[in-house]
Design a protein around this ligand. Structure first.
Ligand SMILES: NC(=O)c1ccc[n+]([C@@H]2O[C@H](COP(=O)([O-])OP(=O)(O)OC[C@H]3O[C@@H](n4cnc5c(N)ncnc54)[C@H](O)[C@@H]3O)[C@@H](O)[C@H]2O)c1
Length: 454
């Protein structure tokens, strides 16, 4: 089990850390129910201060009972009480049924927030500070990850980490894009298997070669080091080799860091088209190192920025204006939220990430794949915004799309083959409010034609 996929997402931390506020936001972004454990206890019993007055042991007993009940229910985001993880029973139950994230806060902020409430353990500042110091280790030990805000929780929930070490728990191999191998040291010391640069690696021949070369046992880990093409193919090898081994993604392109390495989709191309064979297989960890982007060619960065603009439009935030590190984190967190809301693309929510992509795929096909993917996505976003009746400024200012040479009839035919079905598009009611909707053929064809150079 990876991250919070198929499990509850529990937030531990000291009083005043913001677990309830952050939890409610994360629940909204992952389309999961939100449970505030303290509030639920109060609803079922009496105010916590009153329950506490009967002795802390009685309070903890009630808390254990209610947590067990919540953990037996549908996958939720759960804001735990400040002391929930003190109970070994609770810790064991959480270990089995939840991913627990420690919401860290500095003591000043925690005190400022907590003293305004009637929390029984926030009456005297001195006691509060002592308790804070005592609890840090408990939280660290009980939690699978640490975060300070909603984005941080979403990243931890899919084991996405900015910088940091690659966690190996046994033998490993590295699968690396051959161009990346010339530019950067692999993130771990392990046998290295090179694959062709970029999309050329996503073939069955490469998969077969890796199946026979990697020589790992079931306890092995495949570390994918490269852009989306490398993580797609290495992840697919990990999904299928010995019926599935652990893998870790270390993406080196902007597209990889904000999109391709996150979400568990792995795959290769077939003679019939792109990404037609694949599997869902979530990486045990995604290590994002923005420094790798320093060597990225301009056009590859631009392709990544098209995904950044898409994400910003979906999230309703000008994410493209942020410095790289913040921008990457925010985009990755947004994708993690959507993925957690629909990990295996069965609910339709994951399809929202296709904003602009239906037109993009049509343009790529209509040009005989001469149009670059990033350019096609930029144009696709332009069409989606025009059909939504919204300003196209963000796309024009950041991506400067220009109409491309393509055959309108061939592109139109490809649009009809899109997997969502003819006439169905992801549009925006407003920035931050994506919808899946139908568009009359005449309007869709006109929008497509406007992207093609006459
Ligand atoms: N699995 C998913 O959810 C998902 C999502 C989006 C895209 N994808 C896939 O990702 C692929 C595209 O990936 P991509 O855009 O990351 O590019 P890529 O992996 O195809 O690499 C593009 C080029 O950049 C080079 N490169 C990579 N890192 C570099 C670095 N740090 N410095 C210099 N050069 C570097 C590569 O050698 C290659 O030439 C497509 O196959 C697409 O289908 C998958």
């Amino acid at each position: 089990m990876v991250g919070a996929v198929g499990r509850h997402l529990a937030l531990a931390g000291f009083m005043g850390a913001g677990k309830s506020t952050i939890g409610a936001r994360v629940a909204e972004l992952t389309a999961r129910p939100f449970v505030d454990l303290d509030a639920l206890i109060e609803k079922r019993h009496v105010p916590i201060a009153e329950l506490f007055a009967r002795g802390e042991a009685e309070f903890r007993r009630v808390e254990e009972e209610i947590l067990a009940e919540v953990l037996a229910g549908p996958e939720a985001v759960i804001a735990l009480g400040g002391g929930t993880v003190l109970s070994p029973l609770n810790r064991e139950r959480l270990r089995v049924r939840a991913l627990t994230v420690y919401v860290d806060v500095d003591v000043e902020t925690a005190w400022r927030r907590a003293r305004e409430t009637d929390r029984p353990l926030a009456r005297r500042e001195e006691d509060f500070r002592r308790l804070y110091a005592d609890r840090q280790r408990v939280y660290e030990e009980a939690a699978d990850g640490v975060a300070r805000d909603a984005d941080g929780v979403l990243l931890a929930a899919l084991a996405v980490r900015l910088r940091g070490e690659v966690d190996l728990s046994g033998p490993a191999v590295v699968v690396v894009d051959e161009r990346v191998a010339q530019l950067h040291e692999p993130p771990v010391e392990a046998p290295v298997h090179r694959v062709a640069a970029g999309e050329a690696a996503k073939t069955l021949q490469v998969v077969e070669r890796l199946w026979s070369e990697v020589a790992l046992g079931r306890d092995g880990t495949i570390v994918a080091f490269g852009g989306g093409s490398t993580t797609d193919v290495a992840g697919f090898v990990a999904a299928t080799y010995l019926r599935g081994v652990r893998w870790i993604a270390v993406p080196t392109t902007l597209t990889g860091q904000v999109d391709a390495a996150i979400g568990g989709k792995t795959g290769i191309d077939t003679s019939d088209g792109k990404n037609l064979a694949g599997a869902f297989h979530f990486p045990a960890q995604v290590v994002v190192e923005p420094e790798f982007l320093a060597t990225l060619p301009h056009e590859e960065r631009r392709a990544g920025m098209a995904e950044v603009v898409k994400t910003g439009l979906l999230a309703g935030r000008h994410l493209w204006e942020l410095p790289d590190e913040e921008m990457i984190q925010a985009c990755a967190a947004y994708k993690a939220g959507v993925v957690l809301s629909d990990p295996y693309e069965t609910e339709g929510r994951r399809a929202l990430l296709n904003l602009g992509h239906t037109f993009a795929h049509a343009l790529e096909a209509g040009s005989g794949y001469r149009v670059r993917h990033g350019d096609a996505v930029a144009l696709g976003l332009l069409a989606a915004l025009r059909l939504s009746g919204l300003s196209t400024d963000a796309v024009e200012d950041v991506l400067h799309p220009e109409p491309v040479a393509a055959d309108l009839d061939a592109a139109w035919a490809a649009l009809g083959r899109d997997k969502k079905g003819k006439g169905v598009f992801v549009l925006l009611e407003a920035p931050g409010k994506p919808v899946i909707t139908t568009v009359p053929d005449a309007d869709a064809r006109r929008a497509l034609a406007a992207l093609i150079r006459q």
